[in-house]
Design a binder for this molecule. Structure first.
Ligand code: ADP
Length: 412
């Protein structure tokens, strides 16, 4: 009996001990689970050790996943920041949730201050308001931004997730300007060609419809010839310009014998002047140029022919070459001169101070564009000085890297 009692007492003690441990371990678990940030689970006794180890493994996996997710989020935000586009995340009601740096710059959005505000509060241009209202986002919308800088922006809404939207913005000012230049150029060329063509067509009709004697027909043909000549010159200049303007390769590095070239420039200027001007040539410096002879010749001849064309009869034209550290070809005339306001635009295609004078003297309006591009391809610059009514000086300056010692000593 005593043995049984002792046995029962031992069992009861063991049970009590076991129960106490269970309660202790359970309290440990409850304390651990009730923390806001889960720390490593405590060591457990007996089968609790296994439970705690499982919980720890689970916790570590969750932490790892969370860290990966956070990293992914940081990377995607960084990626969105680095995009050359403005990016704004909008909710279903087009309210701002997040935006990147470019969107701040282009649309004036502040990701903190403006969060939760409708995007229409910031992009108020009517084209965009209508774009949002219509809800057809298959194409972007272009608008002139009303900020400090006159910018042209292309905006597009892209739907994603559950009724969320991305607003992408891109600064297309440069492309839009190029497109406008292209349109202007095509319009200018068409206009320049249409004028002589209309005159030619008129003469042809007259010759066809009227019964003219041979000498009258000859008179008409004589009047037609300059028009055809003008069209030919324009097309030649256009071809020259397009050849050097879009040439991707650097110009061939030939040695350009300067003395011969300058003599040729003077001869062409004299032929154009037909004795109406005094034309001189001075050469100082024993260098030749390295580059494409045809392009350099085209630039020099254009400058000399302008001097002849914009200098009244009796005037003087000086062609000069000098080379020491750098090389300079200059053309000085005592011609009509140019008002300062026109100087920055002279090398634009078809820009003329006086349209009718340019035409009368056979100008195409492309000469100085050709000069500019031909020089730029040789790292040379064009400097223009002019006094209205007194004359002008155009100077093409070449860097030392474009000079080589002349094959023969050039006489001044
Ligand atoms: P154009 O064929 O009309 O001469 P250019 O491109 O060669 O075209 O020159 C542009 C304009 O610059 C001319 O129309 C003219 O008004 C002005 N210009 C060029 N060279 C001279 C000059 N030496 N003297 C006065 N005006 C000039």
């Amino acid at each position: 009996m005593t043995g049984l009692a002792i046995g029962l007492a031992i069992v009861a003690a063991l049970l009590a001990f076991g129960l106490a441990r269970e309660r202790r371990e359970f309290r440990k678990l409850r304390r651990w689970a009730s923390q806001s940030r889960l720390a490593e689970a405590p060591e457990g006794k007996g089968h609790w050790g296994e439970v705690f180890e499982l919980l720890n493994r689970h916790r570590r996996a969750t932490l790892k996943r969370r860290r990966q997710l956070a990293q992914l989020m940081v990377r995607s935000r960084r990626g969105a920041q680095a995009l050359p586009y403005g990016v704004a995340v909008l909710d279903a009601q087009y309210r701002l949730d997040w935006s990147n740096e470019a969107a701040r710059d282009q649309l004036g959005l502040d990701p903190e201050r403006d969060r939760g505000q409708p995007i229409g509060n910031f992009v108020r241009e009517p084209e965009f308001v209508e774009y949002l209202r219509a809800g057809d986002f298959s194409h972007p919308v272009q608008l002139q931004a009303s900020g400090r800088q006159a910018r042209i922006l292309s905006l597009q809404v892209v739907d994603f997730g559950a009724e969320e939207h991305l607003l992408l913005s891109q600064d297309v000012t440069g492309a839009a300007r190029l497109e406008a230049m292209r349109r202007d150029f095509v319009a200018n060329v068409s206009h320049e060609l249409r004028t002589p063509l209309t005159v030619l067509a008129g003469f042809l009709e007259t010759i066809r419809d009227l019964k003219l004697d041979a000498s009258r027909v000859r008179d008409y043909v004589a009047l037609m010839a300059p028009q055809a000549e003008r069209m030919k010159r324009l097309i030649e200049d256009l071809l020259t310009l397009s050849a050097i303007e879009h040439a991707p390769a650097p110009p061939p590095a030939e040695r350009v014998a300067l003395k011969r070239l300058l003599e040729r420039v003077r001869a062409e200027a004299q032929a154009l002047s037909a004795g109406r001007h005094r034309i001189s040539l001075e050469v100082a410096g024993a260098h030749d140029l390295v580059g494409a002879e045809s392009e350099i010749a085209s630039a020099f001849v254009n400058l000399a022919s302008n001097a002849v064309r914009y200098t009244p009869a009796g005037g003087e034209i000086r062609l000069r070459w000098r080379s020491d550290g750098e090389g300079e070809f200059s053309v000085e005339d005592t011609g009509i001169g140019i008002d300062a306001e026109h100087l920055p635009r002279l090398t634009e295609r078809f820009y003329r101070v006086d349209r009718s004078r340019s035409r009368e003297t056979g100008g195409t309006g492309l000469g100085l564009s050709i000069v500019k591009h031909a020089l730029a391809r040789h790292q040379a610059s064009l400097a223009i000085e002019s006094v209205p009514g007194k004359g002008s000086r155009f100077a093409a300056r070449f860097p030392a890297s474009r000079l080589v010692a002349a094959a023969q000593k050039v006489a001044g």
